[in-house]
Ligand binder design. Structure first.
Ligand code: NAG
Ligand code: NAG
Length: 271
């Protein structure tokens, strides 16, 4: 692809660089551009996935032991350099609200395709249950197969870059983004948009959207998470190439099946 090359919006960590296959139709990783800092801890489901202390991808807590992120964030399990941080606002500062986990299981969707970036969804099982409190809460998933109507204004949240020049935010950022008709999006992206994807872009003329490091983060509407940040155009915030999100409602049965299938012996005996 030309200018429309696909950018997957994760950063850093050599494990993640494997995701940058040259054939990929865009960039892996995305960032919040043209956004603003959120009120601290007002998005208590957000997770920062870190390799050697560096934020590489976003995610969100869906059950006390499970974080959802993008499959293209190639997060290995049981790797001592990988951590999931919940309850954070300023990643660079020691915050008493933070809860830190390692990853027991990292399960990408079996049909994830790194070339087309279709089925870009991954579940991470934490090494323990998060303590739910005012700083750490889960976010609800949508009902199976619901779609968001074009024109729906959502929010996207992350610690990804705040400019096209690799500037990192000091606080958790958020921007509004509007759902675009899938057919129009497919045309703009010259076909790279499947029915498993949601498209959204800013209505404003200014650069706004996701950028490197936002990958895996949530697209939220009315207290439910509908999308996972998947890829964007080469220039973050470029309205000619809407941001692409994994459409979570298409994966509800896979998610439930996966979570049930990975209960420990002890957990299974409780039920
Ligand atoms: C989970 O892993 C983190 C990071 O290694 C560690 O600090 C924490 O004690 C572990 N929690 C449990 C319940 O094992
Ligand atoms: C457009 O930008 C204005 C000012 O920056 C902001 O208040 C507004 O929320 C933005 N609208 C959307 C849909 O992003």
């Amino acid at each position: 692809m030309d200018a429309a090359s696909l950018f997957i919006l994760s950063l850093g960590g050599s494990v993640l660089l494997l995701a940058l296959a040259p054939a990929a139709p865009g960039t892996q990783g995305s960032w919040i551009i043209g956004g603003k800092a959120v009120t601290p801890h007002s998005r208590p489901y957000i997770a920062s996935i870190q390799v050697d202390g560096e934020h590489v991808c976003g995610g969100f807590l869906v059950w006390p032991k499970w974080v959802m992120t993008a499959a293209h964030c190639l997060i290995p399990r049981r790797n001592p350099s990988v951590r999931v941080v919940l309850g954070a606002h300023k990643l660079e500062e020691p915050e008493a609200s933070q809860q830190v986990f390692s990853i027991e299981e990292s399960i990408a969707h079996p049909c994830y395709n790194p070339q087309s970036v279709d089925n870009d969804i991954r579940l991470l099982k934490l090494n323990g249950s998060a303590t739910l409190n005012e700083y750490v809460k889960r976010i609800r998933l949508p009902l199976p197969h619901v779609d968001l109507k074009p024109g729906t204004v959502c929010r996207v949240i992350g610690w990804g870059d705040t400019s096209n020049y690799g500037e990192h935010p000091t606080q958790l950022m958020e921007t509004k983004t509007t759902i675009i008709k899938r057919n129009l999006c497919r045309t703009l992206w010259k076909g790279h948009v499947s029915t498993n994807m949601l498209c959204a872009a800013s209505r404003n003329a200014t650069l706004q959207g996701v950028c490197t490091g936002d990958s895996g983060g949530p697209l939220v509407f009315k207290a439910k998470v509908y999308g996972i940040v998947s890829f964007s155009g080469e220039r973050c915030g470029d309205r000619r190439y809407p941001d692409i999100y994994t459409k979570i409602s298409n994966y509800i049965s896979w998610v439930l099946h996966t979570v049930r299938g990975h209960r420990s012996c002890k957990e299974q005996c409780k039920h």
